[in-house]
Design a protein. Structure first.
Ligand SMILES: Nc1ncnc2c1ncn2[C@@H]1O[C@H](COP(=O)(O)OP(=O)(O)OP(=O)(O)O)[C@@H](O)[C@H]1O
Ligand SMILES: [Mg+2]
Length: 161
């Protein structure tokens, strides 16, 4: 498995998200810095908040009323914002040929792709932002790598207390 391409300018961050509201704020700030061609790999155990993150990013681009169903059975859901947004949940992916049928690999690089359970991908995508969520008491700890300096700066100023 290859590691994502990284440049020295890309930054690693760890941010504590004590509740859903702060997790939503975290995702909204990320959304401001995400666009066409970006891929976000969302990892962490069941219930860690991966879908919560994706839902908040999609709503930041399409409006708070946007329905964001879980793609756990369809594997992907697509949204038309100013650019395409693909929300994938690969937990139930059984064969990598399904990925070709879904068109997800083609979409990476043109759409904004938010991918839950990215360890199911046959190869780690190049130049992705990785967000790993872990249970931390009632809240979650987010580890983010591959963020642009602008995103890292925005998160640091929003979450430093
Ligand atoms: N920082 C947080 N603090 C407390 N609760 C949170 C936080 N982030 C998310 N949650 C809540 O955790 C629950 C599970 O979140 P979510 O469905 O997004 O998990 P998931 O990682 O997508 O799980 P799965 O692996 O089953 O897809 C939701 O009720 C969500 O609102
Ligand atoms: Mg989920």
């Amino acid at each position: 498995m290859s590691l994502p391409n990284r440049t020295p300018a890309q930054q690693d961050l760890q941010i504590f998200l004590p509740d859903e509201a702060r997790a939503t704020r975290f995702a909204q700030i990320c959304a401001d810095h995400l666009g066409a061609g970006d891929t976000v790999l969302l990892s962490g155990p069941v219930g860690a908040g991966k879908s919560h993150f994706a839902r908040a990013v999609i709503r930041a681009h399409l409006g708070e009323e946007t329905e964001v169903p879980s793609p756990s059975f369809t594997l992907v859901q697509c949204y038309d914002a100013a650019f395409e947004i693909w929300h994938a949940d690969l937990y139930r992916l059984s064969h990598s040929f399904e990925l070709a049928e879904l068109g997800l690999e083609e979409a990476m690089g043109t759409a904004l792709c938010l991918i839950e359970w990215p360890d199911r991908l046959p190869q780690t995508p190049q130049r992705a932002i990785s967000i790993s969520l872990a249970m931390a008491g009632e809240g979650r700890m987010a580890h983010l790598s591959g963020a642009s300096p602008a995103l890292a700066g925005a998160l640091q100023s929003a979450f430093s207390s």
